[in-house]
Ligand binder design. Sequence first.
Ligand code: MD6
Ligand code: FE
Length: 210
Amino acid sequence: MLDLFSDEAPWSEPLAEGAVILRRRARADAPLLLTALEEIAAQSPFQHYITPGGHQMSVAMTHCGDLRWASDSRGYHYHDHDGTHWPPMPDHFRTLAVAAAEQAGFSHFTPDTCLINRYTPGAKLTLHQDKDEKDLRQPIVSVSLGLPAVFLFGGFTRADATQRVLLEHGDMVVWGGVSRLRFHGIQPVKPGIHPLAGPFRYNLTFRRAR
Ligand code: MD6
Ligand code: FE
């Protein structure tokens, strides 16, 4: 398909106070990000966690940085290095995340972990809050790569109405302040082949976890 937008400069779309989509912001970096993802996954393979409710997640996850996030029967939690090796956060990941946060009005973002989600067609993420981080004054910065997906952006209870926004290859979302605890999720990804990412959607979320 002819991509009419590939040469377009990034632009921003406010979602709510404290939350903004930086369209195409990571597009130029995408090939490098995808190569780095492969290297991270080679050291720390994608895995499907079990939720506290006993269901296997459709999204596969890996990480880089100082901490990792996990889910098991005890709940959701971050944990420190446990003796096993996992990859550090590449400098270019951190640089991109910090610059995007700055652009969205959050200076002094100091991410210490990057959670990496991989979606195959049909995979989804049900409405959730990102609330396991210690310092909720720091934002979350996300990068979407590969296949597009509909992002649901809600309010402060699970039952609140949601906005639906399509996140495409290279789009970033910066999210903090009064919006930090909004519910959000990803609708089932539709089948497709992305020229750089193949049959997958990837999402990186940078956080200050501790
Ligand atoms: C995803 N992202 O886009 C899932 N959380 O695959 C998230 O859950 C998320 O994009 C907090 C802030 C931004 C996000
Ligand atoms: Fe989230």
